[in-house]
Design a protein around this ligand. Structure first.
Ligand code: SF4
Length: 324
């Protein structure tokens, strides 16, 4: 009997996987990857316990859902109910390809108020189209028996009845099961981060083109400023940011650098007016090593008028109101 375990690499999915493996189930860990949540840590976790691991890129379908999630967002830009529903739906498609007999997860009833309550779990199960084939080993004893339990593929009595936000039972179990290393709970999803979510919301409100993975990567880089409804600037904080900004720039974007002081690389995207270019040049100089009041030249590459602009370094607080 084979199960596909939707696997985050966190403690709950590790325990869930081991519980099933201890019942003689052949477990395949599957990670659904997008630019918001990457598979590296999950892969390492799976390797540690010797479980076969695959990562499936769901970026295109996830972006589409993210633009208008039917069940809304959580505290930030995390559409957890619809994200889960999508993952289960794709896992269900994998079942119909004959890759396993049922799906398992590490979900714990009541652990996350938005997405792991009975109502949310029922929505996800219904929308996935495979409700009866979803097994949640950590909370199974509190839920209606699923097909794998009713059919005796797994022993319900050997599953758990955990609920709530406390992690203590899982930490105790980890010890009993010999799990010594694991990731922090729910770590790693950018959509749960406040600053990232604010920047993503801004991008989604104003971007005319579909979002692409490069733009998501750029949201993680540097300081972001809204210059106007049509234009935005990203100012590097260090050499790493500066190099990344250049690598991620679109061919229509403008790149700025201060000519005679060490300083940031700035990317201007959208449709900046002349005043936006001047603001961005001043920002670039203000975040450089030049003292406040310095007048210096800022190189402008790309855009309609490449060349250089004379700018004045201002106190960086002058740009705070533009920060995203
Ligand atoms: S935390 Fe992120 S990856 Fe997890 S369900 Fe929510 S949106 Fe999806």
């Amino acid at each position: 009997m084979k199960a596909l375990c939707i696997f985050s690499g966190g403690l709950d999915s590790l325990i869930s996987t081991i519980i099933l493996r201890n019942q003689g189930i052949d477990v395949q860990a599957v990670f659904f990857e997008t630019p918001f949540f990457r598979s590296e840590n999950a892969r390492i976790s799976a390797e540690r316990i010797g479980i076969p691991f695959i990562s499936v890129d769901i970026t295109a379908r996830h972006f589409k859902m993210l633009e208008n999630p039917p069940h809304g967002y959580g505290a930030n830009m995390n559409p957890c109910i619809d994200c889960h529903a999508l993952m289960f739906k794709i896992a269900g498609e994998m079942l119909s390809e004959g890759r396993a007999s049922f799906i398992a997860t590490g979900e714990v009833l009541g652990q996350r108020p938005f997405s792991q309550n009975k109502r949310a779990m029922a929505i996800v199960a219904k929308e996935s189209g495979i409700a009866d084939l979803i097994l949640r080993p950590l909370s199974a004893r509190l839920l209606s028996p699923s097909l794998p339990e009713r059919e005796g593929w797994v022993t319900r009595e050997a599953l758990l009845g955990l609920q709530g936000r406390s992690r203590k039972p899982q930490i105790r179990l980890a010890k009993d099961l010999g799990i010594t290393e694991y990731e922090t709970p729910a770590g790693g999803c950018l959509l749960t981060e406040k600053t990232f979510s604010r920047r993503l919301k801004d991008l989604m409100l104003l971007k005319r083109k579909p979002i692409d993975p490069n733009q998501i990567e750029l949201l993680r880089t540097g300081r972001h400023f809204r210059l106007s409804p049509e234009a935005k600037a990203v100012v590097g904080r260090n050499l790493y940011d500066n190099e990344k900004i250049v690598a991620l720039a679109d061919k229509e974007d403008i790149i700025m650098n201060v000519e005679f002081f060490p300083g940031p690389t700035t990317l201007v995207s959208g449709e900046p007016e002349a005043k936006d270019i001047i603001t961005a040049a001043s920002m670039t100089l203000s975040y450089s090593d030049a003292a406040v009041g310095t007048v210096a030249s800022v190189a402008v590459n790309g855009g309609r008028r490449p060349g250089s602009i004379t700018a004045t370094a201002l106190p960086i607080d002058s740009f705070r109101h533009l920060m995203i």
